[in-house]
Design a protein around this ligand. Sequence first.
Ligand code: SAH
Ligand code: SF4
Length: 391
Amino acid sequence: MESETRPNLLGLSRANLRTLFTELGEKPFRAEQILKWIHQRGVLDLDAMTDISKVLRERLRESTVISLPRVVQDFPSEDGSRKWIIEVASGSRVEMVFIPEAGRGTLCVSSQAGCSLDCSFCATGKQGFNSNLTSAEIIGQLWWANKELGGFSGTATDSGGTRVSNVVMMGMGEPLLNFDNVMEAIDLMMDDCAYGLSKRKVTISTSGVVPAIERLKDFTDASLAISLHAPNDELRSKIMPINRRYPIAQLLAAVRTYMESLPDRRVPVIEYTLIKGVNDHRQHARELAELLRDFPCKINLIPFNPFALSDYRRPSASAISNFRQILQQAGYTVTVRTTRADDIGAACGQLVGEVADLTRRHDRHIRKTAEKAGKVFDTTDNLAVAADRLE
Ligand code: SAH
Ligand code: SF4
């Protein structure tokens, strides 16, 4: 089958839609009309777009498509969370998770099928990498969740935690390694003619792709979460290979510059997954407090979520509480992420989807694990999402 080359209107930002209409010899304001139809009213059928002339609709039908990624499974969780699996153009399957809480609903969105960065504690990383999601595949996740949760029909956002009020780029993949597509999708998330989410309610989570963080301020003013997970380079390099390339000092400097470029006073969230016997000692907490002493931030502790390909374990409740206390006593605002949706494999770092791995990493991990413990990876034993106290 020939692959589709016509632009997908679902994934085009206002600026790119305006360019498209100008190229078609049309008035650029058509962009706003299309945005509202697709992203506010949830309409994907050109024929239903009644304020657009028949002639123009016909031209759009010939030269563009409006195509949503296919949703192949829907898992409701006992705690009200929901996970959907979507199939993307590469044939891989990725996951997104909705987490309702009092007063807000957070959608955890994927940016890549798999991830090339191979952090030792992450199920997605162990899947290897297959492909970048297109901007339509990224924004399509929000479109779908909105549709399923009754978020279309006039009001852009809401309300009581039953609809999407916040988006975190914390699903599968490293968003800053799919820079252009992620930027275009979050532009739509924050556009008043589309979803109109505030910059405080759209969060990019990154493992620390420093050159991309340095470019970020020219493209967005979204909020930032940094996956730090260790208080020094030696340990961080062991559990996050990206640290060998971009060590902590460079990472924190780039984040500081980005935060200072924002007109409002916002601080990044430092994410720290607590893994038993690896990075959860009191001494690590003290070292972390020292490392971040002059670095305005909030800290979010994530108790490790287990999955089949990992021997890591979650620390005890008292170890987590001790770690938190040390940081609080040093003056930090610290939250501990409560595990949600683990009955549907949708807790942080459990997200795996089905990724046709191009790196062969997945096979290596399976072999290694099988050699060690005779375990076999089970794809139902997957996922995990993040969403939580990120304001
Ligand atoms: N690639 C990005 C975003 C996706 S991961 C990043 O690394 O930031 C989203 C968050 O879940 C990250 O903070 C990640 O470190 C964390 N995470 C990954 N695996 C986890 C696990 N098994 N248990 C708990 N948190 C995990
Ligand atoms: Fe990739 Fe993030 Fe998982 Fe690391 S934690 S492997 S960067 S998805």
